[in-house]
Write a protein that binds this ligand. Structure first.
Ligand code: S3P
Length: 429
């Protein structure tokens, strides 16, 4: 039986959120990158959600010892990666499956990666093809386009890869494979995607240079230094509460200890451009920029979003709720990548917003939202956590019923607890 969520408005709020979920992208990388050292990595505030726990389980299946002491995970890598006798389950996670394809490409052994029905319908050739070209043996349904995927790792040749899409998952998969290559590797992308892999690997001692949209590095001659990191909170998860404040008169949120990497806070800047009051208060930190984000209600205006799409790809569903509550039209262009996320997010948003009485035009690479009164409605999550949470936030304007909300656990297990501080929330089977 699918779980249903009902959300109704509860009035204005002024709240500090200290417990926004930890950053998902960084948590996946912490688990995988700990295998690149010969010493134990220490990770505080690791995201304990379905997606990242799948990655942690896979790292265990590959031979690592994982212990939790207090709030800290200690991941001790094996002296040699094991060839596991089981299928490696990536759950719903595109980051897990794509990064692991890259990592395993350079490891001697045979590995099978799979996931849930949503992951099994997402494109993998964007990673399989370049990895095959540099020496990995990858197979899967439709010639390696869809999971289940098999990887037989081996010798990796040095490469110079020009990606046609700005994707941190593609870039990171290639970087991970290149670490086992026989010479200098470089990867360029049309526009910069999130750069957590480069930053974390540099901190671990890798000679890696980023210049504009190109990253180049030499494979390390010895194991990298272990990680000792506190994962900041996830700005993509925090953004649901930013939109909540931006669409609820007389409301304000302070999101504490958030990652402030410039490739991750673009959606907050769009919200500010629409009229909301947004402030970033930076603190000292080691791996990346971290701080608090303050968002306050103000009357919103429509906006055009056609640049830096890779920097707000995960936030466009929530941003679309702000579009629906603004004055005038908003338009999203150049965002075809939205069609191959956890669901076809253009389709999911268009169908759901129409159910709420909002006029929306659909394009191949985006959509146009004509703001209006969001009417209470019953919508589908399409099995996509960000669609489910976006319409839960729409419930601050009118009563919303969201079907099939289990997917929220993939990235933000305490979402409903935090939501109940600002809305009437009821979840039932
Ligand atoms: C991610 C990269 C993004 C993002 C995903 C997480 C990552 O995908 O949508 O949620 O951790 O590398 P692409 O950059 O591949 O589009």
């Amino acid at each position: 039986m699918k779980k249903m969520l009902t959300v109704e408005p509860k009035g204005s709020f002024n709240i500090d959120f200290k417990d926004i979920a930890s950053d998902k992208s960084i948590s996946h990388r912490c688990a995988i990158f700990s295998l690149l050292s010969d010493n134990s990595s220490k990770i505080k505030n690791f995201l304990e959600a379905e997606d990242t726990l799948c990655t942690l389980n896979i790292v265990k299946s590959l031979g690592a010892k994982v212990e939790k002491k207090g709030g800290e995970y200690i991941i001790s890598p094996p002296s040699k990666i094991c060839e596991p006798p089981i299928i490696l389950n990536c759950g719903n996670s595109g980051t897990a499956i794509r990064l692991l394809m890259g990592f395993l490409s350079g490891i001697d052994g045979f590995f099978v990666l799979h996931g849930d029905k949503y992951l099994a319908s997402r494109p993998m050739k964007r990673v399989a093809k370049p990895l095959r070209e540099i020496g990995a043996k990858i197979d899967g349904r439709s010639d390696g386009e869809y999971a289940p995927l098999s990887v037989r790792g081996g010798r990796i040749k040095a490469f110079n890869f020009k990606s046609k899409i700005a994707s941190a998952q593609v870039k990171s998969a290639l970087i991970l494979a290149g670490l086992k290559s026989d010479g200098k590797c470089s990867i360029s992308e049309p526009t910069l995607s999130r750069d957590h892999s480069e930053r974390m690997l540099k901190e671990m001692g890798l000679e890696i240079e980023s210049s504009g949209t190109t990253v180049s590095f030499f494979p390390p001659k010895s194991p990298l230094k272990p990680l000792d990191i506190t994962v900041p909170n996830d700005p993509s998860s925090g953004f649901f509460f930013a939109v909540a404040a931006a669409i609820t008169p007389n409301s304000k949120v302070v999101l504490k200890n958030m990652l402030l990497n410039k490739t991750r806070i673009e959606a907050y800047k769009v919200l500010s451009k629409m009229g909301a009051r947004v402030e970033f208060i930076e603190k000292e930190s080691k791996y990346d920029r971290v701080g608090d984000i303050v968002v306050e209600y103000a009357k919103l205006n429509g906006v055009e979003v056609s640049t830096n799409i890779a920097w707000l790809i995960d936030e466009l569903p929530a941003l679309s709720i702000a579009f629906a509550c603004a004055d005038g039209k908003s338009i999203v262009k150049n965002a075809k990548e939205l069609r191959v996320k956890e669901s076809d997010r253009i389709r999911s948003m268009v169908l759901n917003l129409r159910k709420c009485g909002i006029k929306v035009k659909e394009f191949e690479d985006g959509y146009e939202v004509c703001a209006g009164e969001l009417k209470g409605s019953s919508v589908d999550s399409f099995g996509d956590h960000r669609i489910a949470m976006s319409f839960a936030i729409a419930g601050l304007r009118s009563k919303m019923q969201i079907e099939d909300i289990e997917c929220i656990n993939t990235s933000f297990p305490n979402f409903l607890k935090l939501l109940s501080m600002i809305a009437e929330v009821d979840s039932a089977n």
